[in-house]
Design a protein around this ligand. Structure first.
Ligand SMILES: [Zn+2]
Length: 338
């Protein structure tokens, strides 16, 4: 059952209660838990800590959602029976597609970088908009964030970088590929190759432009190019177009280790791996997205690289291994550290 959507006031009250619980650090006994928290907060952790070389790293859950359209969102349509068989073989639900929202955070000394920022406070719903609480649980203040990497201009990635009419992180430069910024600002953005529902497109464009304008007006937006490195040279921008015109992935390097961020190359932990030609309706250009996915998966599999994925089950850490002509996602085992 879906709990009722709380008002913003409810949400903030709930958030405060949730953090108080975290700060106390003591497990709550049944019956001690305040009712609204039990109803609205996830009972399990939503911040996972790990390391990339010298860097502290975090997977912060901004929430999760379900695409009720299920396989109706997947293409090509003629392959849907094969997709259904794949899900059934993996004992996965076939009536709806789960979507996770995993934000990667990196910390070096006092400075923090974020890769994408989730839905933000514009969406203070039960299922998402949790990033800010995640940052607070890690003891990170907004002022400490000095870099934001924007993979593309969809709301689940961009909106969290803006709070009202101001940048959420006053000291952060937000880096996006030039092609992505130009796409949203074009007089008529080209959606001729997408298979998504067209009705929300005008709103989507308006919202992306608004966020980009706010960041720019405050001197916070910087256009970058494929292969550029930012934030102590630790983050390399990898152009991976298709999902959007200027969609970016990233390679994070530190102390001889690396982590490849898959951004929106995948929206499900089985489907886009089992057959790299399977795409989601939300892609702006399906053929280009397939080519980018194959190129990146080959690179990760050949290098046996560690990977992080924005939309697959939290915390989204794992690797991509060859499987026949295609690939499989192998999640990394949870580690409690030493
Ligand atoms: Zn997304």
């Amino acid at each position: 059952m879906t709990p009722p959507r709380p008002s913003r006031r409810d949400f903030l009250g709930t958030a405060a209660l949730g953090l108080a619980g975290l700060a106390a650090g003591a497990p709550r006994l049944a019956g001690q838990e305040a009712k609204p928290v039990a109803a609205k907060r996830p009972p399990n952790p939503y911040v996972y800590k790990f390391k990339v070389g010298e860097l502290e790293a975090f997977s912060i859950s901004d929430g999760h959602m379900l695409f009720k359209e299920g396989l109706g969102l997947m293409h090509p349509e003629s392959d849907r029976p094969r997709m259904k068989a794949t899900l059934e073989a993996g004992r996965e639900r076939t009536d709806a597609l789960p979507l996770y929202i995993n934000i990667l955070g990196l910390r070096k000394g006092d400075e923090v970088a974020l890769v994408d920022a989730g839905f933000g406070a514009r969406h203070p719903w039960v299922q998402f908009g949790w990033m800010e609480e995640g940052l607070a649980a890690l003891g990170i203040r907004r002022e400490q964030v000095t870099a934001g990497f924007l993979s593309h201009g969809h709301s689940d990635h961009l909106d969290g970088f803006v709070d009202g009419d101001k940048p959420t992180f006053p000291n952060a430069k937000v880096y996006a590929l030039r092609e992505e910024i130009d796409f949203w600002r074009a007089p008529e953005p080209d959606f001729s190759k997408t298979r998504r529902d067209r009705k929300p497109l005008p709103n989507m464009v308006r919202q992306a432009r608004k966020c980009l304008d706010i960041l720019e007006r405050h001197g916070r937006l910087e256009a970058v190019r494929d292969g550029d490195r930012r934030w102590h040279d630790a983050v390399e921008i990898l152009a991976a177009p298709g999902h959007t015109a200027g969609h970016a992935c990233y390679e994070i390097r530190s102390g001889g280790e690396s982590l490849v961020h898959l951004s929106d190359m995948v929206h499900h932990h089985q489907l886009m791996f089992e057959d790299t030609g399977w795409t989601i309706a939300l892609d702006h250009d399906h053929e280009v997205a397939i080519a980018s996915r194959r190129k990146l998966f080959k690179r990760i599999a050949a290098a046996r690289a560690r990977a992080f994925a924005f939309h697959i089950p939290w915390p989204g850490l794992g690797t991509v291994v060859p499987k026949g002509d295609h690939f499989a996602w192998v999640p990394e085992r949870w580690s409690w550290g030493s």
